[in-house]
Write a protein that binds this ligand. Structure first.
Ligand code: SMG
Ligand code: MG
Length: 377
């Protein structure tokens, strides 16, 4: 089946940006901190043919990566949006080249690109899944479990997610909360599909601790070392029996190619925000698929906008491992789309409607908005 990845140009009138504060159903703790409220930027592309929606997946603080919400707002309003508005018409695949002179800020760029892509696809009555090359109508759903009070509490939290039907468990680890937490989950639930994510909390000097995890037959260890520790990750990978997966380090398809060439990873977590957009995410997918490297779709606690887009991305053929594409209810009691992602038999459905395939719940959007600006041509 030929994959059509060109979408029509849109006549851009402007962009609306909103910062939202959405409460989480429970605090989410990683090796770098705890979050109770999701601070996120929602992007609305205003075009002659209708609106398009995107999401900038930064966190409130620059702890996962160097990007953070206030910084993304600043660079988007001061530099990125003005550059895009210089163009009268714009195709989705022109967004990245127009923004390319501005270094970094990939999450901000990705959110803007998604809004333009959504507007273009809606105007053509085509779905994002069809556009990206989805081959499945639903994707297996894994869940990312934050660090809990103690291993016993972790077991109870994991039990609830397994009861809901999640098909793969990922637990967050950090020094001092690694081997015992993993052992507790293995002891309680046997051979479930299980993986761990360190969010860069270790150094090569901790290799002895990380090799202890080999005995748990994990699917993978995600991002044990720092973002730019690409050589150290290769050194560590040679010492581990468990597959090493990179998240933070894979900031582009070039970074992915470099990591694979060096042997720094044998699995790749693909996040559109981290690599600068869904179109670049497809390029990471394509090169990993060519190299027979399995990939899976990561998450950034997306609202219904990014969650729908992630389901479409995760339906591409190279996504052979369950992703962090969970039900909206994993994080939110109230989402900002009218049909939030739900778990059905351990899977999330790939939306089939035009564009991202979900509609915005305008009253929820208003209720969570703490800041708003409209920039027009
Ligand atoms: O959206 O399900 C989700 C979150 C998945 O653990 C998750 N994301 O490093 O993979 C990761 C983290 C990044 C966000 S931590 C605040
Ligand atoms: Mg991760």
């Amino acid at each position: 089946m030929p994959i059509a990845r060109n979408a029509a140009s849109v006549a851009l009138d402007g962009f609306e940006l909103r910062t939202l504060h959405i409460p989480l159903v429970s605090p989410f703790t990683t090796s770098f901190g705890t979050e109770s409220v999701r601070e996120v930027i929602v992007v609305r592309a205003l075009t002659a043919d209708g609106d398009g929606w995107g999401e900038i997946v930064t966190q409130n603080a620059p702890l996962y990566s160097s990007e953070y919400t206030h910084g993304a707002w600043d660079v988007a309003t001061r530099w990125l949006i003005p550059a895009l508005l210089e163009r009268h018409t714009l195709a989705p695949d022109e967004v990245a080249p127009v923004l390319e002179p501005f270094i970094g800020h990939r999450m901000a760029k990705a959110g803007l690109e998604l809004a333009v892509l959504d507007a273009a696809l809606r105007s053509e009555d085509r779905s994002l899944g069809e556009h990206l090359g989805a081959v499945r109508d639903r994707v297996p759903s894994g869940v990312s479990v934050g660090i809990q009070r103690d291993p016993a509490a972790l077991v109870e939290t994991v039990r609830d997610y397994l009861d809901e039907g999640y098909v793969r468990i990922k637990i967050k680890i950090k020094p001092g909360r690694d081997v015992d937490d993993t052992a507790a989950v293995r002891d309680a639930f046997g051979a479930i599909p299980l993986q761990v994510d360190a969010n860069s909390a270790y150094t090569l000097a901790d290799a002895h601790t990380l090799t202890e995890l080999d005995r748990f037959d994990l699917l993978l260890i995600e991002q044990p070392l720092q973002e730019d520790d690409i050589v150290d990750h290769a050194t560590l990978a040679r010492q581990l029996r468990t597959p090493l997966c990179l998240d933070e380090s894979i900031v582009s398809s070039k970074a992915a190619a470099d990591a694979l060439a060096l042997g720094s990873a044998s699995v790749v977590n693909i996040k559109a925000g981290r690599v600068g957009g869904y179109l670049e995410a497809v390029r990471v997918h394509d090169l990993c698929r060519d190299a027979s490297v399995p990939v899976w779709c990561g998450g950034m606690l997306e609202t219904g906008i990014g969650r729908a887009a992630n389901a479409a991305l995760a339906a591409l053929p190279g996504f052979t491992l369950p992703g962090d594409v969970s039900a909206s209810s994993r994080f939110y009691a109230r989402d900002i789309v009218t049909e939030p992602a739900v778990l059905e038999d351990g899977h999330v459905r790939v939306p089939t409607g035009p564009g991202i395939g979900v509609d915005i719940d305008r009253s929820a959007l208003e209720d969570f908005t703490v800041k708003k600006v409209v920039l027009r041509r």
